[in-house]
Design a protein around this ligand. Structure first.
Ligand SMILES: *Cc1c(COP(=O)(O)O)cnc(C)c1O
Length: 374
């Protein structure tokens, strides 16, 4: 089966008893065990969640997937693969919540981290120590849309016996499949493109390795960051239209990136789809299209927030990947938890604006952006 067909059908055969075409939402915390042993307690197993997990695994061409209450729920569960004394090599412009969990929590458990620009493979190789047990990557990154070479990074991790993890939230499984490029584990915030409608939080872990599946399934039940059946159902519903949504969103993002690139009020545009973008060649190798996230630098950096407030159609908000376009200011919003000097080192300047391209008519979006820039 091809991607668009899997998005609609995998894990969702009509229900045996009634023929319901849409998976029922099993709102139950426990199950009668008089006549069956497969279902015991809903933290461990729920049929609506199983439908989502089966579907998500298929989207990444993987053997296994596990669903969580949020992206961070999936991530904290994945971090139970680490133990005291371990070291992690991680992207320096990783998601802000991931930076926070490594610096504010994992450090308390004796886990050390090295943050660096994963585009430089020599630096990555140098950062590995005998105790390095995990390599954590994102591509494209947030908010600068840096593209890292997933295949090369997975090779380095494997040579050092470290688990390679790719946060695939920005690309979505429609555009990029890191397991096929050699990584051990894929992370998703299903709150974004998979859910797609800004109405639910969700997270996912996807893998082929049986040992990782066994450990993480145990941790999923032990830690308990599981989605409600209704949330699992909402994400499943969202996924059905992911293939068509992402095509249109990529079309619009490509047009808007060119518009911004040529606009006199804009400095740099960060979008791997632009032929002069430093990530373009690598993106071509590992992504089917270039995604619907972009960022750009306002020449008038001092008034960035005031300018963003001029939007009428676009919403000034955090998050991404939904049908509605969102614009935000990383320096004062999504990336505020990253210390200022670290932000500047990464290139998160006062003039940087991040844009999640939605499904509105692209001409309406262009007019609204023009108002921001005027
Ligand atoms: C949003 C996001 C997360 C966290 O997911 P939540 O669903 O908000 O908990 C992790 N990684 C990336 C890249 C994200 O965009």
């Amino acid at each position: 089966m091809r991607f668009a067909t899997k998005a609609i059908h995998t894990g969702q055969e009509p229900e045996a008893r009634t023929g319901a075409v849409t998976p029922p939402i099993y709102m139950t915390s426990t199950y009668s065990q008089r006549d069956q042993k497969d279902f015991d307690y809903a933290r461990g197993v729920n049929p609506t969640r199983t439908a989502l997990e089966t579907n998500l695994a298929a989207l990444e061409d993987a053997k296994h997937a596990l669903a969580f209450s949020s992206g961070m729920g999936a991530i904290t569960t994945a971090l139970t693969l680490l133990k005291k004394g371990d070291h992690v090599v991680i992207s320096d412009d990783c998601y802000g919540g991931v930076y926070r969990i490594f610096t504010r929590f994992m450090s308390n458990y004796g886990i050390e981290t090295t943050f660096l620009d994963l585009r430089d493979l020599v630096d990555v190789e140098d950062a590995f120590r005998p105790e390095t047990k995990m390599l954590w990557m994102e591509s494209p990154t947030n908010p600068l849309m840096k593209v890292v070479d997933i295949r090369e990074l997975a090779v380095i991790a494997r040579a050092h016996d470290a688990i390679s993890v790719a946060d695939n939230t920005f690309a979505s499984p429609a555009l990029q499949n890191p397991l096929g490029l050699g990584t051990d584990l894929v992370v998703h915030s299903m709150t974004k493109y998979l859910g797609g409608h800004a109405d639910v939080l969700g997270g996912g872990l996807v893998m082929n390795r049986e040992d990782l599946h066994e450990k993480l399934k145990f941790a999923q039940n032990a830690l308990g960051a599981v989605p409600s059946p209704f949330d699992a159902w909402l994400v499943l519903r969202g996924i059905k239209t992911l293939p068509v949504r992402i095509e249109r969103q990529c079309d619009s993002a490509e047009k808007l990136a060119t518009f911004l690139h040529d606009h006199p009020a804009v400095g740099k545009v960060h979008y791997p789809g632009l032929p002069d973008d430093p990530g373009h060649a690598t993106a071509r190798k590992q992504m089917r299209r270039f995604g619907a996230m972009l960022s750009f630098e306002l020449k008038d950096a001092a008034h960035a927030v005031d300018r963003l407030r001029r939007v009428k159609l676009i919403t000034m908000a955090e998050s991404l990947g939904g049908v509605e376009s969102l614009i935000e200011h990383p320096d004062s919003m999504t990336h505020q938890s990253v210390p200022k000097d670290q932000r500047l080192k990464q290139g998160i300047t006062e003039g940087l604006v991040r844009f999640s391209v939605g499904l509105e008519d692209v001409d309406d979006l262009r007019e609204d952006l023009d108002r921001v820039l005027a």
